[in-house]
Design a binder for this molecule. Sequence first.
Ligand code: F6R
Length: 236
Amino acid sequence: MKFITVKTYDELSFKGASMIAAQVIQKPNCVLGLATGSSPVGIYQNLVKWNREGILDFSLVKSVNLDEYIGLDGSHPQSYRYFMQDNLFDHINILPENTHVPSGCAEDVAKEGSEYDNLIESLGGTDIQLLGIGLDGHIGFNEPADHFVGPTHLVDLHPSTIEANARFFNSADEVPKQAVTMGMYSIMRARKILIIANGEKKKDILLRACYGPITPEVPASILQLHPDVTVIFSEE
Ligand code: F6R
C-alpha cells in the first residue's frame, strides 16, 4: 500500500483526480470504478474542469459504480445514479450508455447482482477503482460481517451508516435501510485501487483497515491483500 497524507481536502482532490486522469490518458478506453458520498466530490470537480479545458477526454471511457440504495430510482435526488449525473456524468463527454450504476429497483436483486458482475467481467474488469471508507470500515456498502461477500449483493445498512448518511436526507428515517453493492470479488479484481479518506474522524478506521488484522469486521482491511492500493488521507 502507498499511503499519502496531505493537509487539505483540496490537495486530496487534486492528487486523486490526477491519478484518475493519468489512467484516462494512458488508456483512453479504460474502465473507471467510481464511488459516491462526500469524499469524491472534489475529485469529480477537477475531472470536470480538466475535461472542459480539453485536457481529458472521456469519450471512450466506461464506468461502473459501486452501489445504489434499494428503492430509489435514478430520478430520486438522493440516489447514487442522480449523484453521479449531477457531480460528473452530465458535465463531461462520457457516453450515457457507457456509465453503469447498479439498479436499486430491480425485482430480483440477486439476479441484478450477478448481471452486474457479468457486465464488469465483460468490460474486462476495472482499471482503477475509487473507494471511500465508512466510519465502520465499509467499502462500497460491504458492511462489517462475519465473512467477506464476493458477488454484487443486497445488504442491510449498518445503523452507523444510516446515521452518517442521514445528512443527505431530511432525517435518518428517510435513509433507505438496504442497498445493493458491488462485492469484494469485483472490487479486489480492479487492477488499481485508490482509497480516499478525509478528516480526523476517518483516521482510526483507516489505520485499522491498513495496518490492523485482515477481518470482515473491518471490510476495508481486505485491501491489504491487493497488490496496487494507494491511500490518500487528508488531515483537514
Ligand atoms: C459510496 C460508497 C461508500 C462511501 C463511504 C464514505 O459509493 O460506496 O462506501 O464511500 O460511505 O462516504 P463519505 O465519503 O460520504 O464519507
